[in-house]
Each structure stands twice: as C-alpha cells, then as structure tokens.
Design a protein around this ligand. Structure first.
Ligand code: SF4
Length: 251
C-alpha cells in the first residue's frame, strides 16, 4: 500500500525534534510545534520574532529559522515589549515557563497586559521551576511535592496562581486561554487557542496570552506516561482548560 504523509514538520522547524535538548517526554517541543504550525498556516514566517528567556524552553530558538531574541530568566516579557515597540507590524511571541512568567517576570506580565501591548505570551506551566531544580513556583498545585516542598505544598505556602483567569480581568487583554496536549483533542483545541491569540495581535486588538499545561517527567520524577496521567488527573481539575477572554475590542 502506498504511504501518504499526513503531517510533516513545520517549515520553521529547521532541526529535527530529536536534536532538541529537552528530556524525553518533555512537552516543550509540542507547544513549540503548535506555534510553528500556526505561523506556517498564517504565512507570516518572514515577519515573526520569537522571544524567550533562560528556562528549559530556550531550545525553542535553537530549532527555528525565524528571528529570535534570548533574554535573561524572567525578562522575556520586557524584551518582547521592546521588540514590539520597535517592530509594531511583526508578530512577537514570548515563550516563558511558569516560574518565568508567574514569578520572576510577573510584574512585567501584568504591566504589559494592562498597557494592552500587542504581543502574545505563551506560558509553559509544569508546576515548578524546572530548569533550576524543581522548586516551588506560584503555579505549584496544593499537595504537590517539589524540591522545596518535600511534604507537598500546604496553605502556609499560598495557593496556586491561575494566570489566564487572573489576566482575563485586565482591560488591556484581548485573549486569554489555557490548553494542554495530553490528548489529541486537547492538542487541537490548544492549536486553535494559539491561532486566535496570534490573530488578536495581528488585528492590533490587545495583549494575548495562552497557558499550556506541560509534562515535566524529569522534575516530577515520573515516566512520560505517568506525567500525562498527572496532567489529566491533577492539573486539569485544578486548572481547567478553555478560553477566559476573547474580545474584538477593548472596552
Ligand atoms: S526538566 Fe522538565 S521542563 Fe525541563 S527539559 Fe526536562 S522535562 Fe522539560
């Protein structure tokens, strides 16, 4: 039987995924692939700038042919603000981890949203500071074990940040959503969220944000299969998937 290729690599992906530096089972390459795919579909690969900061996702910029900026940990959003101010007609996409966006860069995140800066932030949430050794992050779930919460997170350490719900209350935000890729259906929904977020930026409406619930088998001390189950059984019930804001003008 003649084989038919139903899905190849996105044009922007100039190196094979196996050459990336992430651990086996890490889902950073999946959200990267979604972003590259949507950029291909929109036909804007020559007019896109990816910004990321020092975190596990730094390999995002090592696998693509598009223009990239690499910032210090927690400063990707500041860098994206500058890039967008200089090149307002470009699609600017800032990748960050949850430690990066919800902790170190949280001030920049809120202020960019409140200013209605027209760029997109993709936050890869694996529930802890993965690159620096698996410490508690604002997004860590109640009861979740990290290297700094060996007994599990308790109320004396605060409560998990729900970033898309929070930022949806800010007037300058045009779009806010949370996706995952633990199932093919969720992969496809997340792809739609990313595309809508980019369209809000390209239509000059306002700030756009997508959180991606992402497996970190190494930090979680799990197999890749167990980490997918953890997303299904623990993360999604606490951090529900869906769109939290989707407007065509800022009132
Ligand atoms: S530590 Fe976790 S987030 Fe970082 S590359 Fe490995 S699996 Fe991915």
């Amino acid at each position: 039987m003649k084989k038919k290729l139903v899905s190849g690599l996105p044009k922007l992906w100039v190196r094979h995924p196996a050459e990336r530096l992430e651990c086996p089972g890490c889902q950073y390459p999946i959200i990267t692939r979604i972003v590259y795919d949507v950029i291909d579909e929109l036909g804007i690969e020559g007019n896109t700038i990816l910004v990321n900061s020092s975190a596990c996702g730094f390999a995002v910029i090592l696998t693509t042919s598009t223009d990239c900026v690499h910032a210090n940990h927690g400063q990707g959003i500041d860098a994206a603000c500058g890039v967008k101010a200089l090149l307002p007609d470009s699609l600017v996409v800032c990748f960050g981890g949850d430690g990066d966006v919800a902790a170190i860069g949280a001030g920049a995140f809120v202020n960019a949203a409140q200013r209605a800066d027209k760029f997109t932030v993709i936050m890869v949430n694996n529930g802890h500071f993965a690159m620096t050794g698996g410490q508690l992050a604002p997004t860590t779930l109640m009861g979740q074990i990290t290297t700094t919460t060996p007994e599990g997170r308790g109320p004396n350490m605060g409560y998990p940040a729900r970033m898309p719900e929070m930022i949806a209350t800010v007037q300058g935000v045009a779009y806010s959503a949370r996706g995952a890729a633990n199932t093919p259906a969720n992969y496809l929904k997340t792809r739609k969220y990313v595309k809508t977020a980019f369209e809000k930026q390209l239509d000059n409406i306002g700030f756009s944000f997508v959180e991606f619930l992402s497996a970190c088998p190494t930090g979680w001390r799990m197999t890749p299969q167990e980490s997918i189950r953890w997303i299904e059984e623990k993360m999604i019930p606490a951090l529900p998937l869906g769109e939290f804001k989707n407007v065509d003008r800022l009132d």
